[in-house]
Design a protein around this ligand. Structure first.
Ligand code: IMP
Length: 203
């Protein structure tokens, strides 16, 4: 079976991306299967740069095609923060809950009309023989004052997507994947992956 390595240890991202890749019929590996690779510095100053750093490092180390995901939450009132620093918003080892708590505190008292935000997901695909392919997905919405829901991960409980009355954390995986930044980025990336793996859809 053909294989693709997701350049991440993040189980939440892996769960979402694996569901989106199901029809491709390739074996999906993650960095958990390659402990020798060690931490990959994510020191680019853009999401695209970090997605590419991860995919490049993993494809080079494994000799396999690799997919990198870098995602940020961009809050208008905070001039685009936490953006590329979303995972480290409350410090290098901050948890999802600590990051959300910091965001809620920063947005305290901000009126509803000024709480617009968007998730942006950059995907980079690097494979021997084809070089680099990129895709991007956006999900617009608003930051809530209090978390709602137990699904998803990260900032999902405080993110209400535009046009919906449920937060991303109140949606099931397939609903989130239909409207999310990551799902939309994968819609752009899937034709590239299909062409690369020359795999017929299992309808
Ligand atoms: P990174 O792409 O691994 O740098 O992750 C950035 C951070 O953004 C993660 O630690 C999460 O807190 C958050 N994040 C990434 N993707 C999502 C998502 O789909 N929903 C909510 N938060 C996310």
């Amino acid at each position: 079976m053909k294989q693709l390595v997701l350049a991440t240890h993040n189980r939440d991202k892996t769960r979402e991306i694996s569901a989106l890749l199901f029809d491709l019929g390739v074996g999906v590996l993650t960095l958990d299967e390659f402990p020798q690779i060690g931490p990959i510095p994510e020191d680019a100053d853009t999401l695209e740069g970090n997605a590419l750093l991860k995919a490049n490092a993993v494809s080079r180390a494994t000799g396999l095609p690799a997919l990198g995901d870098d995602t940020g939450l961009e809050v208008h009132f905070l001039y685009g923060d936490p953006g590329v620093y979303s995972s480290r918003y409350s410090g290098e080892h901050g948890s999802y809950a600590e990051n959300v708590a910091k965001l809620i505190a920063k947005m305290k008292g901000v009126p509803p009309r000024r709480r617009a935000a968007r998730f942006r997901c950059a995907l980079a695909f690097v494979a021997p023989g084809i070089g680099v392919r990129m895709a991007e997905g956006l999900c617009r919405g608003n930051i809530l004052e209090r978390p709602r829901g137990t699904g998803g991960f990260g900032y999902d409980p405080v993110f209400l997507p535009a046009g919906f009355d449920r937060t991303l954390a109140e949606m099931d995986l397939s609903m989130k994947n239909t409207i999310s930044h990551r799902g939309l980025a994968m819609q752009g990336m899937l034709p590239i992956l299909r062409e690369y793996f020359q795999t017929e859809l299992r309808t």
